[in-house]
Design a protein around this ligand. Sequence first.
Ligand SMILES: C[S@@+](CC[C@H](N)C(=O)[O-])C[C@H]1O[C@@H](n2cnc3c(N)ncnc32)[C@H](O)[C@@H]1O
Length: 230
Amino acid sequence: MTDGPAGWAGPLHARVLDAAGIGTGTRVLDLGCGTGAFAAAAVARGARVRGIDSDPGAVARARTAVPEAEFAVGDAHELGDPGPVDVAAAVQLLGHVADPRRVLAEAGRVAPLVAVTAWGPEERCEVRAFGEALEPFLGPRRPAPAPDLDALAAAAGLTVVTLDAVVCPFTYADVDDVLGPLFASAIGLAAMGAAGPVAVRDAVLARLEPHRTGESYVLDNEFRVLVARS
Ligand SMILES: C[S@@+](CC[C@H](N)C(=O)[O-])C[C@H]1O[C@@H](n2cnc3c(N)ncnc32)[C@H](O)[C@@H]1O
């Protein structure tokens, strides 16, 4: 349950763009571009964006979604010679790669400025409510610790310029908006396999009740944004 509802990353993307000074003409290399949401935000500020992602399907969707940018299939561990880059951005990428230190070192090799984001500590991320609600069916969770971006940047030979926290509300319009993605996720399917959909629905909605206003649910989650020089 970490994909989040549509549009949740708007505040995160805005903070990266502000912190890294991305604006008209900035040459951005978007590492792990996914389907192009951060690229679209950078293009909207006038940046010249190239994105790479290891998933060809994501690259195809990014090309359609953001025709102003260029996208290619690639591995953020091996950037080769990408040509001139002002900012290399790794937005919500590090949790997906085999070697985060190497990805940051590569980013610093090809760009004078590196911007990187990650989830904050679990106690500051209210989406943990989903995992907590499913514990009776799946057993105790072992949440991964939040990455120490400061230490990773130092290990990659980068010099930290700023390290910020930004809260991104995950807003779900109604019960269906909450339960649809959960029921389709790996943990949702496992919980339903163990206890059936009614028990899972009841447990999740009971745990989310403090976050409900009218029909909608809002979960606040903290993210970290680090900008470093190479
Ligand atoms: C959470 S998504 C990133 C979303 C995107 N940066 C944004 O903000 O809109 C993580 C992406 O990292 C990609 N990825 C994972 N390992 C990678 C690697 N070694 N090199 C490049 N991309 C990778 C995945 O395919 C996925 O699209």
